[in-house]
Write a protein that binds this ligand. Structure first.
Ligand code: AMP
Length: 192
């Protein structure tokens, strides 16, 4: 079993790289952002609640997000492993996740952090907003708020995982061509 966290700020390419990985490896891709967006399009109560945070570039509360992630894992009991994309994003999420995985005897194998500078992130997200119509990518203030949230609440997890996982924590340059980054990730995954 491989359990991988793809880590990085919004626009660093986590979703894109997850798609490349699942072409090669039988892993289940779990994106909390995708699950929230699906709930928004289905107009569920969860979707309504999540959109009030997402539209402002804020994080959905931890209690909701943790429960959502855990029940998603519980529906995929036959999986050979998971790619976690966009989760965890806060220290309480990371701590709750660690004890959940521990109880399930599902160790976290590795964390890959995609490193991309702020100007590149803004440029990519604005482009994605035009291409996809995604609400939170269509306004530069919201994009900058999301990047700020990443710096304030999420980036500390790099230290959490490099301390906890040591040589299983990898930082890679996410500003290069998509295929070049995918090759790097797949060559790291060969060792797992
Ligand atoms: P993403 O698609 O990963 O960029 O996520 C889009 C939005 O969904 C984020 O800006 C948050 O509002 C919300 N979201 C996704 N994942 C999480 C998470 N782990 N914790 C809190 N909010 C999240």
């Amino acid at each position: 079993m491989i359990n991988l966290i793809l880590f990085g700020p919004p626009g660093s390419g986590k979703g894109t790289q997850a798609q490349s990985i699942i072409k090669e490896k039988k892993l289940v891709h779990i994106s909390t952002g995708d699950i929230f967006r699906k709930n928004i399009s289905l107009e569920t109560t969860l979707g309504q609640m999540a959109s009030s945070y997402m539209n402002k570039g804020q994080l959905v509360p931890d209690s909701v997000t943790i429960q959502l992630l855990e029940s998603e894992i519980d529906t995929c009991t036959q999986s050979q492993g998971f790619i976690f994309d966009g989760f965890p994003r806060t220290l309480p999420q990371a701590e709750a996740f660690a004890s959940f995985l521990n109880n399930k005897k599902m160790p976290l194998s590795l964390v890959i952090s995609l490193e991309v500078g702020e100007s590149k992130l803004v440029e990519r997200l604005l482009k994605r907003g035009i291409d996809s119509g995604r609400a939170d990518d269509s306004n530069e203030d919201t994009i900058r708020a999301r990047i700020q949230v990443y710096h304030q609440q999420t980036s500390i997890l790099k230290k959490f995982y490099s301390d906890n996982l040591k040589k299983h924590f990898f930082e890679i340059n996410g500003e290069r061509e998509i295929e070049v980054i995918s090759q790097d990730i797949l060559s790291i995954l060969k060792k797992y």
